[in-house]
Design a protein. Structure first.
Length: 499
């Protein structure tokens, strides 16, 4: 069976003898002018060809001097009491839900590329410091130590970080019957009503006092970028401490997929990923993960109730497993969004203990292993985490997970021109897949400014995929969506085309 050629847009490339669905359909980057009338909430961004790439310099608000002159990278504000934030964006963040009226006249470059070793603490500010290591890193690795979740506001808990049973207990301590938690979940997650005054079946006293007990604000969105075809949106959320995080929604003829982030930045320093250039700022909390889904749902006006969620945005999800698992439980709740486990996929670079812990949690979600190399020598170079848990150990843990939850795992493989795209690589990758209950998802590399890697030619991509099948059980080639707005796989982390 060969590659499908001449197929209509969205039909995808499929090489499989078993039923296998890619996260996105296969195809090409589409570079064209954005139709600014296509979506009222979209910020227009001129399309561009990435062109020659230069090394990023983020020490002092360095500009990325590319021929098209359309991208800049900025470093973060060095003090929390002097955030570099647009006044209009700050107002949106303070207004919370009112901030959902997105401006359409400007585009921000996220100011998240540098951070000092420590920032003095204030009573209601996030304290960012260099802590002791959380991960048992192997000697010789150059990964950043993980930063813990550090609360930045401790007065009113966010509603979106509370599981229904926890909400019921909190209400009980207020003298409110526990069944009110069911009603609140229904209003907020099923009816998309977030103003307690409009929740007609709640007592007047609860409606009046609810806002003083639970925070119902969502993060503001100072920037939303839309692809030329309107199928991809990159949403930049500004968190309560001024940090920003990116999420992506992708629409294909068959489904809508929300790609959510689990951390601000990433500690793992994968050599081909824009997020790895940032380092790790902090973990996201459960409510900040849930908020990404709600904001993207609002963007689409909840027209699609059967959407998928992939934890493939910024950060390593399993390095923040507690918050990620809590968010999954909230999203899965039958009185809430009721999102089935088979519609959720968690990606990992290969944190072996956390893979096994995820299996014990019995969430039944899909697992995607970011493999990207077939030899330890190359994977050590591309992904420093491999120096702690090499390929054989990661595959063993992945096999155990698949057996425990009764689902095939996905082997994600970013195809980098001249690096990991040989037929020998394809043969080794196929052998890995045969030893697991798995499918392979090929991801043609998406260029990142400042990195030397190149996207392989379409001929090389086709040859690699054809070599895999029928040697591997199932093979898909991921469609590149949102490349012109820096929203494709591996491109999240502060890059935005200028207006």
């Amino acid at each position: 069976m060969g590659l499908a050629r001449g197929a209509p847009r969205g039909s995808g490339v499929r090489l499989a003898r078993t039923r296998s669905e890619p996260f996105e359909q296969a195809g090409e980057i589409r570079l064209a002018e954005v139709d600014t009338d296509h979506h009222a909430l979209a910020v227009p961004a001129r399309a561009h060809d990435p062109g020659p790439l230069e090394r990023l310099d983020v020490a002092r608000r360095a500009g990325l001097r590319q021929p098209d002159g359309e991208r800049q990278v900025a470093d973060t504000a060095l003090a929390l009491d002097q955030p570099q934030r647009d006044p209009e964006a700050r107002g949106m963040a303070e207004r919370g839900q009112e901030g959902m009226q997105f401006p359409v006249s400007f585009i921000h470059c996220m100011n998240m590329h540098n951070i000092p070793q420590s920032v003095a603490a204030t009573e209601n500010a996030v304290v960012l410091c260099r802590p002791s290591r959380q991960l048992p890193l192997h000697p010789g690795t150059d990964m950043d130590p993980a930063l813990p979740i550090l609360p930045g506001r401790d007065t009113i808990p966010s509603f979106y970080g509370l599981r229904r049973e926890t909400l019921a207990k909190k209400l009980g301590r207020m003298g409110v019957p526990g069944y009110r938690a069911d009603q609140l979940y229904s209003w907020v997650y099923q009816k998309q009503v977030r103003d307690p005054a409009l929740m007609a079946n709640l007592p007047a006293a609860l409606r009046r006092d609810f806002a003083s007990v639970f925070d119902m604000k969502l993060p503001g969105a100072p920037s939303i970028l839309a692809s030329a075809d309107g199928d991809t949106h990159k949403v930049v959320l500004e968190l309560h401490d001024g940090l920003r995080v990116e999420s992506v929604s992708m629409r294909t003829p068959r489904r809508v997929t929300f790609c959510v982030s689990s951390q601000v930045g990433c500690a793992l320093k994968c050599a081909f990923c824009a997020t790895g250039l940032m380092g790790l700022k902090r973990n996201l909390r459960a409510e900040e993960i849930v908020a990404q889904v709600l904001v993207m749902g609002d963007l689409h006006q909840w027209r699609d109730d059967r959407f998928n969620i992939v934890f493939m945005g910024m950060g390593e999800p399993l390095a923040n497993l507690e918050a990620v698992s809590e968010a999954i439980r909230i999203l899965h709740d039958e009185r809430g969004l009721n999102l089935g486990a088979r519609r959720i996929t968690v990606s990992t670079s290969g944190l072996v203990p956390q893979i096994r812990e995820l299996a014990k949690l019995d969430l039944q979600v899909g697992l995607a292993l970011s493999l990207h190399a077939t030899t330890d020598e190359l994977r050590d170079r591309l992904m420093p985490v491999n120096r702690r848990w090499p390929i054989a150990e990661v595959l063993d843990a992945t096999r155990e997970y698949g057996a425990a939850v009764g689902r095939r795992v996905t082997l994600e493989y970013t195809l980098i021109g001249g690096v990991n795209d040989t037929l020998d690589d394809a043969d080794r990758l196929a052998a890995f897949a045969r030893a697991l209950p798995s499918k392979i998802n090929i991801i043609p590399y998406n260029p990142v400014p400042g990195l030397e890697w190149k996207r392989p030619s379409q001929q090389v991509i086709d040859a690699f995929a054809e070599r895999l099948y029928p040697r591997a059980p199932a093979v898909t080639v991921r469609n590149t969506m949102g490349g012109e707005i820096w929203a494709a796989c591996g491109q999240l982390g502060g890059l935005s085309p200028s207006a």
